[in-house]
Each structure stands twice: as C-alpha cells, then as structure tokens.
Ligand binder design. Sequence first.
Ligand code: FES
Length: 156
Amino acid sequence: MDDARQSQPSAVREHDVRQLAQRHLGERGALMPILHEVVDRLGYVAEEDIPVIADVLNLSRADVHGVVTFYHDFRRTPPPARQVQLCRGEACQSVGAEDLYASVTSTYAHAPEVEVREVFCLGNCALGPSGLLDGRLVGRLTPERVAALVGAESSS
Ligand code: FES
C-alpha cells in the first residue's frame, strides 16, 4: 500500500468511496464486497466512510457500522508500515511455526510500525514456516530472517 492512501484528504476519500460503492449498486449483498474493496484499495474503513456507504446503499449508518465492527477483517485504522503474517497451519507448525510466531510477536510487541498477525496455510507448506511480508510470500522463516526482511523493507 502506498502512503498516499493513508493520508488521503477527506473530500477525495469520500469521492473514491462513493464511486467504489456505486459500482456495486444493484448487487445482492453489496455491502460486504464494498467493504472489502475499501480495505483493499484504501487500506481501511474510516469512520467517515460509513455514512457515505450507508447513503449509497440506502442503509442506516448503524447497519453499516454493525457489519464493519462485527468482522475483524475490516481494518478501521490506517495499517502500520510493515505487515507480517505468519502461518500457523499444521505443516508449518511441524517445522517450528509456533516458536517463530511467539518470538516474532514478542520482538514487535512494542513496535507500532510493525503488525504481526497469524494466518493459516498460504499454500507454501513445503517451504515452511511460511508467511507474508507486506503481502509478499516468503518461506523458510526464522526470527532472524523476519527481522532482516522487516529491516530491509523498512529501509527500501
Ligand atoms: S501450513 Fe503453512 S503454508 Fe501451508
């Protein structure tokens, strides 16, 4: 994600969200795909997005807010600079994913610029423990390798 999306002016964001939502008008169950698209394209669902989406879909703000807050997939704040997702699927567990997860979450527990989350099977089982660094698939992870990748990405 580029930094421009994190600091997008309010009027521009409203315009983008309205256009994005209008593209789904007429679809059955349009709210979920709209929210997913807002997160994919803009990084998160801002509080100011909720009335815009509600207006387009002719729903109440409470309806939209309820869905946004019920599903944890819908990030509500700008994402951190680095996102590390570590696989805790069975195959990765068999090659040390649990210890890796514990170590990495501990390392970045007080680093707001790095978010560590768990995922379950990335289809890269043969090269476990696997993970995603800012969405890029990486395998054979160790705590040292994660630190090197986070550091390399941060300085690039
Ligand atoms: S279990 Fe980790 S990639 Fe499949």
